[in-house]
Design a protein around this ligand. Structure first.
Ligand SMILES: [Zn+2]
Length: 293
């Protein structure tokens, strides 16, 4: 089973002046009516946005919605729309920003948590992971988990990698910090080990053995560990400003042609990133977008 994970950031009222947003961030600011149209399309076509704890029972009509950066519009605009459709979502928050202007407060995060939504970590400071030392990287993952758990009174199981720069150290650090899963940006779908296949497996073998699935890595410390110790990697597909309903639909329906074009685009962006380095890439992106929007 391949699950589409749709990533959102900011959502603003339709009459919002996009010129007030820094050009590099504009693709991440979606119009409210576009977001509503997407949720309505999902609902009308039988799709349901499930909670992260329901993934094992996902069907081919399930999607997972995730929001990065903890923006206040997630609470003010997205949350009421999600509630209307009975949809769930995971909100990944940057801990140092909580309560700042345009960012959700602890109170708002608690309300989300108490109403079926999940909260995850999006690091302490949102610094680009590949620019950090090992200790700084550890601090971003360990400390954010600790602070969120202390303030929300709930286990924080998931980490969403800030920025589009994948860091190969991150899986090890996330596992050491006892996260159950890591979300990173890639145009693709996430292989989900179904609960039925889990049960089938455990009947045949001494314990659940789903580590063979490519996206699952057994967190083994020499002895047999329960399924809860398995670590999952999730691919989040960024839904950006300007995607029309046709593109959205193609991404949800896992249209291979559209996926190919998106992957090609991502490949060129990744090449540019590795040539330019993170700082120059961000600078260049901002210049290009200023011309394009
Ligand atoms: Zn982010």
């Amino acid at each position: 089973m391949k699950l589409p994970i749709l990533l959102y950031h900011d959502i603003k009222e339709d009459n919002f002046d996009i010129a007030t947003i820094e050009s590099g961030n504009r693709p991440y600011v979606m119009r409210q009516s576009d977001f509503e149209a997407q949720m309505s399309w999902l609902y009308d076509n039988g799709y349901r946005a499930i909670g992260i704890d329901e993934i094992e029972t996902a069907t081919d009509k399930s999607v997972l919605l995730v929001f990065d950066d903890g923006l206040k519009s997630n609470f003010d605009i997205a949350y009421p729309i999600l509630k209307r459709y009975g949809f769930k979502a995971v909100f990944f928050v940057t801990v140092d920003d909580i309560g700042k202007r345009d960012i959700m407060s602890w109170q708002e995060l608690k309300e989300l948590k108490d109403n079926g939504m999940s909260i995850g970590s999006h690091s302490m400071s949102h610094r680009v992971p590949i620019e950090l030392s090992d200790n700084e990287l550890k601090y971003e993952l360990f400390e954010s988990k600790k602070v969120l758990e202390k303030n929300l009174g709930k286990r924080i199981d998931y980490f969403s990698l800030p920025t589009g720069f994948y860091d190969k150290r991150i899986t090890t650090v996330a596992r050491d910090a006892a996260y159950k899963g890591l979300f990173y940006s890639e145009v693709g779908y996430t292989d989900i080990a179904h609960s039925s296949s889990l049960i089938a497996h455990s009947k045949r073998t001494t314990g659940p053995d789903i580590a063979r699935s490519s996206s699952l890595i057994a967190h083994s410390k020499g002895t047999a560990e329960p399924a809860a110790a398995l670590f999952q990697i999730y691919k989040k597909i960024g839904i950006k400003r300007g995607y029309d309903l046709w593109t959205f639909r193609a991404l949800v329906e896992q249209n291979t042609g559209v996926l190919f074009l998106f992957r090609l685009n991502q490949m060129f962006r990744n090449l540019a990133k590795s040539f330019l380095g993170s700082k120059n890439y961000i600078k260049l992106k901002s210049i290009v977008l200023r011309k394009a929007l």
